[in-house]
Ligand binder design. Structure first.
Ligand SMILES: [Zn+2]
Length: 157
C-alpha cells in the first residue's frame, strides 16, 4: 500500500487546504449576487476541524450586502466556535481577489492568526495571512474605558 504523503503546513495539511479551496468554490456557486454578478465563496477551518462556509449575500439596498468571509465567520461563531486556522476565499477574479477592508478587520478580530487561501475557478492559489493583509490592525486592546484627558485652561488671574 502506497503511503500517502500529507505535507503539513502552518495552518493545516495540504489535503485540508485542497478541501477548503473546493468548499469555497462550491460556496461561491450559492452566492446571492443579482446586482454585481460577482460570486464569492468562503470556507473556514475551525480549530476542531469543522468547516463553515459562506457566500456573499447582496441586497437592493447596497450597504446591506454582506461578504462571504463574514457570513462564514458569523455562522461559525453562532455554532459556538471561537478558534480558527485557515480561511479559503474563492472568487472569479484572476489573480484571486483579496478580502475587502471590512472583512480583513473582522477576520483579525476573530482569527488574528488566520492563514488565508485566495483561489479561483482557474486553479490559481495565493497563500497569505490576516496579519499580512491587515498590518497595524486596530484591535480591542486599543480601546480604553477611561475618557480622554481633558486639559483645563488655567484661569487668567
Ligand atoms: Zn468583504
Amino acid at each position: 500500500m502506497a503511503r500517502r504523503t500529507t505535507r503539513r503546513t502552518r495552518g493545516g495539511t495540504r489535503d485540508q487546504e485542497a478541501a477548503l479551496v473546493r468548499r469555497a468554490l462550491e460556496a461561491s456557486a450559492r452566492a446571492y449576487a443579482p446586482y454585481s454578478g460577482y460570486h464569492v465563496g468562503a470556507a473556514l477551518l475551525a480549530a476542531d476541524g469543522q468547516v463553515f462556509t459562506g457566500c456573499n449575500v447582496e441586497n437592493a439596498s447596497y450597504p446591506l450586502c454582506i461578504c462571504a468571509e463574514r457570513v462564514a465567520l458569523g455562522t461559525a461563531v453562532a455554532a459556538g466556535q471561537s478558534a480558527f486556522k485557515v480561511m479559503a476565499v474563492a472568487t472569479g477574479s484572476s489573480p484571486p481577489a483579496t478580502p475587502c477592508g471590512a472583512c480583513r478587520q473582522v477576520m483579525h478580530e476573530l482569527g488574528p492568526g488566520l492563514k488565508v487561501l485566495l483561489c479561483n475557478h482557474a486553479g490559481e492559489l495565493r497563500r497569505t495571512t490576516v496579519r499580512a493583509l491587515l498590518p497595524a490592525a486596530f484591535s480591542g486592546g486599543q480601546l480604553t474605558r477611561r475618557p480622554p484627558a481633558v486639559r483645563r485652561r488655567r484661569s487668567a488671574s
